[in-house]
Write a protein that binds this ligand. Structure first.
Ligand SMILES: C[S@@+](CC[C@H](N)C(=O)[O-])C[C@H]1O[C@@H](n2cnc3c(N)ncnc32)[C@H](O)[C@@H]1O
Ligand SMILES: Nc1nc2[nH]cc(C(=O)O)c2c(=O)[nH]1
Ligand code: SF4
Ligand SMILES: [Mg+2]
Length: 209
């Protein structure tokens, strides 16, 4: 990477884009809604079951000018989902400012492990034990989405729910490979604890990105 590329990355004028695509939000509170996804490269949280490990190394993903990616996204759809990788590894100020100028509503999928940046309308916080969220993001999240890989994760979910604001929507989502085992347990848990809702990765059943 050249020095000028490094500076542009630090300022958020360019970002490593792994992929960008128009699809249907498959998970959580906005399931079923058309949205343009921007998947940024780079994550070191290290979830062993991560379904997009190809995103982890930011050097494998080309730097794109944020103005350009914003224009492409907004020309497809005014609902944008920023994801990764871990999108908050980067300075999201220029990208989200441009998306806002273009009339977009901006959602983010994040572990919350990095400092917040950007103008964000909907924060889906998916906390991870290997890289807990920064305290500030709990108060800002509209949606908490905890992945259930094993029985201990129900307790982790309850602990994380203590930290968010009252209006925050609470979702449990099975780790994909454990779904046959975990959804029956999650069904039982949600019926006993109805403040929680179940989230299913519907896009994986629909065979869409
Ligand atoms: C790939 S992550 C990218 C955004 C951010 N790094 C995060 O973890 O929130 C997007 C969403 O997919 C979830 N996820 C990742 N791998 C999964 C899997 N194997 N099964 C179920 N959900 C998964 C994450 O918890 C997160 O809610
Ligand atoms: N359709 C679809 N919905 C999603 N919701 C969150 C996703 C993500 O990887 O962040 C995702 C994804 O990869 N595809
Ligand atoms: S934080 Fe997100 S992108 Fe990073 S490893 Fe975990 S699920 Fe994958
Ligand atoms: Mg995904």
């Amino acid at each position: 990477m050249t020095d000028s590329e490094k500076i542009e990355l630090e300022k958020g004028i360019s970002l490593p884009v792994m992929e960008h695509f128009y699809t249907i939000q498959g998970e959580g509170a906005h399931t079923g809604k058309a949205a343009y996804f921007i998947r940024l490269g780079g994550c070191d949280v290290g979830c062993h079951w991560c379904d997009v490990k190809e995103s982890w190394d930011p050097n494998l993903h080309p730097l794109m000018k944020t103005e350009k990616i914003a224009e492409i996204a907004a020309s497809n759809c005014k609902t944008i989902v920023l994801t990764g990788g871990e999108p908050l590894m980067w300075n999201l100020d220029p990208l989200t400012k441009k998306l806002k100028d273009l009339g977009c509503t901006i959602h983010i999928e994040t572990s919350g492990a990095y400092k917040m940046s950007g103008i964000l309308d909907w924060i889906t916080l998916s906390p991870k034990k290997t890289g807990l969220p920064k305290p500030e993001i709990y108060k800002k999240a509209q949606e908490l989405k905890v992945i259930i890989f094993n029985n201990n994760d129900f307790k982790f979910a309850e602990e994380q729910a203590e930290k968010v604001e009252d209006g925050c929507k609470l979702y449990l989502q099975s780790e994909w490979s454990k779904r046959a085992e975990m959804y029956p347990k999650m069904t039982d848990f949600v019926m006993k604890n109805p403040k929680w809702q179940v989230s299913v990765q519907t896009h994986k059943y629909l065979n869409i990105p």
